[in-house]
Design a protein around this ligand. Structure first.
Ligand SMILES: [Zn+2]
Length: 190
């Protein structure tokens, strides 16, 4: 059956989610290192994130040259990576208030736990940056693609929650888009 697709969100016109794209003003540069398998995943939560802000960029995590170039350009003093490990510190120290920090660049790995582990460990340059985890993340709202661990947020939720803690961002535009994307998946992806 022939279907027309929206040129922006690339969903079929009748389930276009562009009405849910409400651009936000963020000052942090967000770099999402995406595992190639995640890019092809129909339920990727990252696919439309760049439409919310030009400060959100998605990088192919397996493109070593681009990853190395980018990481070499970032300062260790003002760059944070969300990667829970024994040395990471909580990004959400005080809930509902912005952490006192100098974070200008936020690095997030998009993939399963094992994909994230391999991406992080295959490139020693990720180790240069201070790593963070969440102490009390909100309950994840990903209803149709269950995370393997209850406290694991989808990448979209993790970015929104990080920005809330770093710069006091209102998460609602992110979560509204997420809700609309999930409605689309529920209706159209079996
Ligand atoms: Zn659209």
């Amino acid at each position: 059956m022939y279907r027309d697709y929206c040129t922006q969100c690339r969903y079929p016109i009748n389930t276009c989610v562009c009405h849910a794209i409400e651009p936000v003003h963020i000052t942090t540069n967000v770099y999402i290192f995406q595992h190639p398998k995640e890019k092809r995943h129909a339920k990727s939560t990252v696919r439309l994130l760049h439409l919310l802000s030009a400060n959100i960029k998605v990088i192919n995590a397996k493109d070593k040259e681009s990853v190395d170039l980018l990481l070499s350009q970032l300062n260790t003093e003002d760059t944070a990576i969300i990667y829970p490990n024994p040395n990471s510190v909580a990004l959400d120290i005080k809930s509902n208030s912005t952490v006192e920090n100098d974070i200008k660049n936020l690095l997030v790995i998009d993939g399963s736990w094992s994909q994230a582990y391999s991406i992080f460990n295959q490139n020693q340059n990720f180790n240069k940056f201070k790593s963070y985890h969440f102490d009390s993340p909100p309950k994840q709202k990903f209803i149709i693609r269950k995370a393997k661990r209850a406290e694991q947020l989808s990448t979209l939720e993790a970015v929104a929650y990080s920005l809330k803690n770093i710069e006091g961002l209102d998460e609602r535009p992110f979560l509204f888009l997420f809700d609309e994307m999930q409605k689309h998946w529920l209706n159209h992806i079996k």
